[in-house]
Design a protein around this ligand. Sequence first.
Ligand code: PA5
Length: 471
Amino acid sequence: MGKNIIMDINHLMADTVGYNYGISREDIDGRAAQAAAAWQAVSKARGSGWLGWTELPYNQQEIVEDILQTARQINERFDAFVVLGIGGSALGPIAVHQALKHLRYNEGTRAQRGHPRFYVEDNIDPERMKALLDVVDLKTTCFNIITKSGATAETMSQYLIISELLKQQVGEGWQRHIIATTDQEKGNLIQLARKEGFKTFYIPSGVGGRFSELSPVGLLPAAVCGIDIKAMLEGAKAMDARCQTEEVWANPALLQAVVQTIAMEEMGVNVQVMMPYADSLKYMADWFCQLWAESLGKNVTRKGRAVNVGQTPVKALGVTDQHSQLQLYTEGPYDKIVTFLRVEKFRNQVDIPHGVAEFPDVAFLGGKSLNQLIEAEYQGTQYALLRAGRMSQTITFPVVDEHSIGQFLYFYELVTAYAGELLDIDAFNQPGVEESKIASYAVLGNTGAKYQSKQAEMAAQPEGRAEYRLG
Ligand code: PA5
């Protein structure tokens, strides 16, 4: 059984950071009833509506077996595995791969990797698409098209490009190079998949994109690269078990949601910087940013009252961004919480040799390890923030493995659901993203009625003045 990840909020608390800057125990206790109500609402709705993701650790036994078998076949046949998807259909696969595989995975030999090369194409930059096509051989490449809606322009345009190339270069049997991961009923991709006979995995209807990493969206890419997906699901279950109480001081996800809500609503702390002190966790910050931004950035409550809530998530990397962003965090506006992700035991140790005794400021590093140095720099940054009256908190991974990653993913999904309740907003929609999608389709001349009217609306926008454009 894996060890627990630990959430330490001491440096958010007034007892540590000072009463002018921190959250008091009384602030949290004052929210106990509201927190209990949020917990009850989420618990009652588990597995229904948009809370289908709560049950993913429990209800996928058969799917997991299918995924493992498919992953074995992919391993036998293909040299590269490419995910085509965006947002919630890409960020989880990227983050989990970075966390659990060799940090130079694709650069190793096949024997070193033991699995196909892995790419996630979550943008439509034409140069990037060309670059991918320059380094993969379509005859030995499998593409996993992931889109919950089955209609996302970015992903479907990638599908059109790749399917055409596969037809040309692979010919008969090109369909075996495509796996579709999508909704079982809705969207275009499922219809295409049925027409072409693609192997298909379903994203359950109650699982939105950013809550889908523990569904086939994340499990298939992980399994293809040899990640133990059962252990990831076990980790999620372990976190779920730790959050089975409405008592705020005994439920880490609920406590986290409460402190962030207090910070937002009572202290104007509208920025949260996630700063992993580990390259393996670098893209967990990206995954978190989408979850937090898209779920909580809303303009109305569930009853339609204007609120404009949300906390801007920012990604940083320790120690790299100590030399880039930390100056702002220690001396800029008091509007941030820094969430450190810390690793207790790295999977490797690298020792720093002794040398240059004549330079004491360098020589003192000799005999230490990079492991000690990165830990010292985390402690130093935490202290610098404390000295400056800035709030921070730390989530410690005993080790980065499947179990701790499963815990982390499920933890933040729960925190987000509780925070949505506490803020009284719909954490599961994204109307602000839809607007931009419709507008882009309108620009491209989609003939559907809503795009036509959007075209007219966009044509009426201010043209802009020549003197504001400098060249
Ligand atoms: O979280 C979400 O719902 C979104 O970010 C989606 O994941 C993103 O827009 C991609 O959508 P789809 O999976 O439908 O292609």
